[in-house]
Write a protein that binds this ligand. Structure first.
Ligand code: DX5
Ligand code: ZN
Length: 216
């Protein structure tokens, strides 16, 4: 079954608790939390404090996507906030292996994300240590952008690596997911679909989520 991770970036920020409860009731298994710092990306969202205050209101898996410089600084805060998956950007650090180890030491699952212009094969040395690889299918920073179809090649490469037992990570795709791009993404090998605009902008988020859950 496909995992759907609605991105809170497209929620009404004045009603984060209600929006979280709404997508959980609608069937989402994960909640995608986009953390932006105005430096790594030209946008700012929220930090571990907001994640911590949402934690008691949800049983969904919290999937934090750190689009920040020096992500290693924030690892303890996200552990305390109750995050299950902590994903940082390959482009934001100089020693990926150390950051992965640090996340695991803090009892969280470790993910790495690559921006559209980054070659996914740079992740080869780290695959065996990762729990998740997040392929960005838009430039990180904003919701509502157009899906970059070329990114599906990265998903296919990751699927091949898994088939060759080079790792046991989940393949997640983020950006521009809608009903048609989701079909392509799942066909290519995506197992976790992040969707912001498609879910929170839908007339019926429940119907929208049910659609993605049925893809396989
Ligand atoms: C972009 C974020 C995405 C974003 C996706 O930097 O990482 O998670 O919310 O939004 P949509 O689904 O609208 O493209
Ligand atoms: Zn994201």
């Amino acid at each position: 079954m496909t995992i759907i991770a609605p991105s809170l970036l497209s929620a009404d920020f004045s009603r984060l608790k209600d929006e979280t409860e709404m997508v959980e009731k609608a069937g989402a298994q994960w909640l995608h939390l986009d953390i932006m710092d105005y430096h790594f990306v030209p946008n700012l969202t929220f930090g571990a404090g907001v994640v911590k205050s949402l934690r008691p209101h949800s049983n969904m898996v919290f999937d934090a996507h750190l689009m920040v410089e020096d992500p290693e600084k924030y690892i303890p805060d996200f552990q305390k906030a109750g995050t299950e998956y902590l994903t940082f950007h390959y482009e934001a650090v100089s020693h990926c292996d150390q950051v992965i180890q640090e996340i695991k030491k803090h009892d969280m699952k470790a993910g790495i994300s690559v921006k559209p212009k980054t070659d996914v094969t740079v992740l080869e040395p780290f695959l065996e240590y990762l729990d998740l690889v997040l392929v960005m299918s838009v430039e990180p920073g904003f919701g509502g952008q157009k899906f970059m179809v070329d990114m599906l090649q990265k998903v296919q490469w990751l699927k091949e690596q898994k088939a060759q037992e080079k790792g046991n990570f989940l393949i997640e795709i983020d950006g521009g997911i809608n009903r048609s791009t989701a079909v392509e993404a799942v066909k290519a090998g995506a197992e976790v679909l992040v969707a912001g605009t498609a879910v929170f902008g839908a007339a019926s988020p429940k119907e929208e989520i049910s659609y993605y859950l049925k893809l396989s």
